[in-house]
Design a protein around this ligand. Structure first.
Ligand code: HSE
Length: 416
């Protein structure tokens, strides 16, 4: 019998207990032995929960109990979750987690410690919720040189963008609904400002390129400035707006970025809506492989956690998963050195003069006409591909023009 302790009885933790109980017969058959939850560690009481008898507030009940061999960490964050993960390893316990912040921040050290302690640290649920992506990248696609990854990696923001586009809902209503469904982070700023997607692309890139990709060095921009008007312009371009996480191997460096992007409706992730995530992995042998499914929520995420628990029980005596090496230099390409196309909207007091001025500053541009008359005092255009670093001075030039009042939006246009 394998005994599991669950740390943190929140949305995901309670989902893990539910899945382990609900599917216990088939899970035990697949694992080769019975798996039961022996303890749940949380600072809160849950008097109405069917699992109330398993709740403890005392960490020793988990770490000093030698019969508990697997710890599921669903606390989140890099505080106590970090301390408990280390303590579990040092006590010879395997750890399974959905905590992307911890993996993205302390992954190399924790993997090293797990290896030294002869245990495993598995985190399938940290990226893509219920979508199998960590194991496919680590194992099934291991024969490939991974060239690039493009993904919608945050369910909350994809849900918000979908609600805005489909229902014309405002941002706050859509966010509230995502929180009620258990999709959002405890602090939803991590979703909205792109940090959650950033941690996830950092984890996927670390596996794909076999070196630690530090999320701190990845350019990250969220969706809080995206408006319904931007979406109407995207529609006029036969496109949609998505929060895209991208990484590519470029020589011995890595390009990585999280930002809203205008993508054609023909792009493979354009129709990925609501809480769904999609990840396209480009390998030199497989070509493009796409992974799609529910990227957030209680049971989808619990499904991935429990799969890791089963994997550990099946291979209880083996460890030796990879350890990400930290480079002694910044392996991420400076965003200013990368090239992209931009969609830019300005308010203008004289459209014709503004268009002429824009052509002087940006050269060859494509002007976009929105469908509605209410945008008649605006000029919108898409630039040719140019270095990101040049944008700052070009924006200053736009502001200096007498025909242009203000810059309203700047959104990247992504082609692949
Ligand atoms: N807040 C995350 C999301 C949860 O919305 O994708 C899953 O990691």
């Amino acid at each position: 019998m394998a005994n599991v302790a669950v740390l943190g009885y929140g949305v995901v933790g309670s989902g893990v207990v539910e899945v382990l109980k609900e599917n216990s017969v088939s899970i035990s058959r697949k694992a080769g032995e019975e798996i039961r939850v022996k303890k749940i560690l949380d600072i809160r009481d849950f008097p109405d929960s069917p699992d109330r008898d398993l709740i403890t507030h005392n960490p020793d009940d988990v770490f000093e109990d030698d019969s508990i061999n697997i710890v599921v960490e669903t606390i989140g964050g890099v505080g106590i979750a970090h301390e408990y993960t280390r303590r579990a390893f040092l006590k010879g316990k395997h750890v399974v987690t959905s905590n992307k912040e911890l993996v993205a921040t302390h992954g190399p050290e924790l993997m090293k410690l797990a290896k030294e302690c002869g245990v495993n640290y598995l985190f399938e649920a940290s990226v893509g919720g219920g979508i199998p992506i960590i194991r496919p990248l680590n194992q099934c696609l291991a024969a490939n040189e991974i060239v690039g990854i493009t993904g919608i990696l945050n369910g909350t923001t994809n849900y918000i963008l979908t609600q805005m586009k489909r229902e014309g809902k405002n941002f706050d209503e859509a966010l509230k609904s995502a929180q009620q469904n258990g999709y959002a982070e405890a602090n939803p700023a991590a979703d909205i400002e792109g940090h959650d997607a950033c941690r996830k692309i950092a984890i996927l890139s670390s596996i794909a390129y076999n070196e630690f990709v530090d999320s701190k060095n990845i350019y990250t921009e969220g969706i809080s400035n995206i408006t319904l008007a931007d979406m109407e312009y995207a529609e006029a371009m036969n496109s949609v707006i998505k929060l895209l996480a991208i990484s590519k191997k470029v020589g011995d460096k890595i390009f990585a970025r999280v930002s809203p992007a205008i993508i054609s409706k023909n792009h493979p992730v354009a129709n990925v809506e609501d809480v769904f995530n999609a990840i396209i992995v480009k390998g030199n042998a497989i070509g493009d492989a796409m992974f799609y499914g529910k990227g957030a929520g209680k049971l989808p995420t619990a499904s991935a956690v429990v799969a890791d628990v089963i994997d550990i029980v099946r291979h209880i005596d083996s460890n030796g998963r990879t350890v990400w090496k930290r480079k002694d230099y910044n392996n991420i390409i400076d965003i200013n050195e990368s090239t992209t196309r931009f969609f830019i909207r300005v308010s203008a007091n004289n459209s014709e003069e503004a268009e002429n001025y824009i052509k002087q500053v940006f050269g060859d541009v494509e002007f976009i006409k929105a469908a509605r008359d209410s945008y008649k005092d605006e000029v919108a255009f898409v630039t040719a591909k140019a270095k990101e670093g040049e944008l700052v001075s070009k924006k200053e030039s736009l502001k200096a023009s007498a025909s242009i009042n203000d810059i309203i939006s700047v959104i990247r246009v992504e082609e692949e």
